[in-house]
Design a protein around this ligand. Structure first.
Ligand SMILES: [Zn+2]
Length: 229
């Protein structure tokens, strides 16, 4: 029985972390967001909604400056104030912003938003369990190995999520008649912003794989779909 105690503790810890993270995320978003009302953007999100047989897709504005889009574990889609400002100033087009919304919808539809929260707490639990076990056998570097293993697993999971969400967005944008070009042009624009600001990448890019590779993956899809149709 005693042998299983560390594992049991790790599971309890993971559950507690999960509920706490959910609660904290939703509280932060509720306090700093409101539904986005923009007729120009609504015309585009209504086209996405029609392709999904939905009456509309509500999008919320999150009052922070970093350029980012996110999908909450409860399924709400958020665009940051900073990202919306780029649209208002004309730096980012409505179609490009719609491509971000489609990408975040992909995270929701594919269950990433909720799973990611589980991954986060799961990673913590895994780390705790590994530290308990490895720490006993390799006293000094056990913690270091445990951290590295947990981080490696997390990075691998999130990268494949991004490609899946991109593919979902590409299919949805194609069906809605908007096409894949806005996705690609936005990646290039955000990359350019990164270059001009001495390497400070927008948050939305930092949490995602390399731009070139994402564009290449989209072009693969475009090619495959062109053959099929
Ligand atoms: Zn993403």
């Amino acid at each position: 029985m005693l042998r299983f105690t560390p594992i049991l503790l790790a599971i309890l810890y993971a559950l507690a972390m999960y509920w706490f993270s959910m609660w904290r995320t939703h509280r932060e978003l509720d306090a700093k967001s409101s539904e986005l009302v923009d007729p120009r953007l609504k015309r585009l999100t209504d086209r996405l909604a029609a392709s999904l047989n939905l009456s509309r897709i509500p999008v919320y504005i999150y009052e922070i400056d970093p350029v980012n889009g996110l999908a909450a574990p409860d399924g709400r889609i958020f665009i940051t104030r900073g990202f919306y400002r780029k649209f208002q100033s004309g730096e980012v087009s409505g179609e490009e912003l719609a491509s971000v919304i489609a990408h975040e919808l992909g995270h929701v539809a594919l269950g990433h938003a909720r799973r990611r929260m589980i991954d986060f707490s799961g990673q913590n639990a895994l780390r705790t369990a590994l530290i308990m076990v490895l720490g006993r056998f390799v006293p000094f570097i056990g913690v270091w190995i445990a951290n590295m293993l947990a981080a490696l697993l997390g990075a691998r999971l999130s990268r494949s999520d991004e490609y899946e969400a991109d593919a979902y967005a590409a299919a949805l944008l194609t069906k809605a008649g908007i096409g894949i070009e806005p996705q690609k042009s936005l990646f290039r624009k955000l990359d350019a912003i990164t270059q001009s600001r001495s390497g400070v990448a927008p948050a939305w890019l930092m949490s995602h794989p390399k731009t070139d590779q994402r564009i290449a993956a989209l072009e693969q899809l475009q090619k495959r779909w062109a053959v099929q149709s």
